[in-house]
Design a protein around this ligand. Structure first.
Ligand code: HEC
Length: 184
C-alpha cells in the first residue's frame, strides 16, 4: 500500500531530472561548440605566464633535500624498512621536482641540471632502495654513503665542494618516530 504511494513521486522526480538535464544540455551546447579554441587560447596564455615566473631558488630546494637526506638515514639506521623506503621515494620525488622546475639552474651552468641530476642521483637512489628491499643495515649504510657522495659529486661540479654532505650524527627533527612499531 505504502509503496504504490511512493512510486509515482519517484517516477515524477526522475522525469523532472531528465527534463532539466535535457534543458541544460541544450543551453550549454552552443558554448561547447566554440569552447575548444578558447581552452587552447587559455592554455597558451598560462604557458606564457609560466615562462615569465622566475624558477624557484635552487638553494631553497636543496634545503628540502638536506632534510630528506637526514630523515632517510635515521629511518634506515633504526631498521624501520617501510619508513626508510618511503623516505627514499620522497627524496627521489624531491629530486625529480627540482629537475622539472629548475632544469636550467644558473648555478650549474654550463652544465644542465635536468641532465646531470638524474644521471648522478637516479642510480644512487636505486642503490638505496635495493639495500632497503634486502632489509640489510650494512648494505643500507654503504648505499647511503654512496648517495651522499653523489650529492657531493654535483656540488663539486658546481664549484661548491665546500658543501659536503655526510651521515648525520643527530636527527634534525625528532617529532617523527624512527623506531619501528613494537611487534604486537
Ligand atoms: C645536480 C646537482 C646537485 C645535486 C645532485 C645535489 N645538489 Fe645540493 N646543491 C647544488 C648546487 C649548485 C648548490 C648551490 C646552490 C646555491 O648556490 O644557492 C647546492 C646546495 C646545497 C645545499 C646548501 C643549501 C643552502 O643554501 O644552504 C645543501 C644543504 C645541499 N645542496 C644538499 C644536497 C643534498 C643532500 C643532495 C643529495 C641528496 C644534493 N644537494 C644534491 C647542486 C646539487
Amino acid at each position: 500500500m505504502k509503496k504504490s504511494g511512493v512510486y509515482p513521486a519517484w517516477i515524477a522526480c526522475a522525469l523532472l531530472a531528465c527534463a532539466s538535464f535535457a534543458g541544460m544540455a541544450a543551453a550549454t551546447a552552443p558554448a561547447a561548440a566554440g569552447g575548444g579554441s578558447r581552452v587552447a587560447a587559455l592554455e597558451a596564455k598560462i604557458d606564457a605566464l609560466e615562462q615569465r615566473l622566475p624558477p624557484p631558488e635552487l638553494g631553497h630546494q636543496m634545503l628540502e633535500l638536506q632534510i630528506r637526506h637526514d630523515r632517510l638515514w635515521w629511518s634506515g639506521e633504526a631498521g624501520n624498512w617501510n619508513l626508510a623506503y618511503y623516505m627514499a621515494g620522497e627524496l627521489g620525488e624531491a629530486l625529480h621536482g627540482i629537475e622539472a622546475t629548475n632544469g636550467d639552474a644558473p648555478e650549474l651552468q654550463p652544465e644542465k641540471l635536468s641532465v646531470i641530476m638524474p644521471a648522478i642521483m637516479n642510480p644512487a637512489i636505486e642503490g638505496v632502495q635495493a639495500a632497503l628491499a634486502k632489509k640489510d643495515k650494512a648494505a643500507f649504510a654503504q648505499a647511503y654513503d654512496h648517495l651522499s657522495a653523489s650529492c657531493n659529486a654535483c656540488h663539486a661540479l658546481a664549484g661548491d665542494e665546500f658543501l659536503h654532505i655526510q651521515r648525520p650524527k643527530t636527527p634534525l627533527l625528532d617529532n617523527l618516530r624512527y623506531a619501528p612499531a613494537a611487534p604486537r
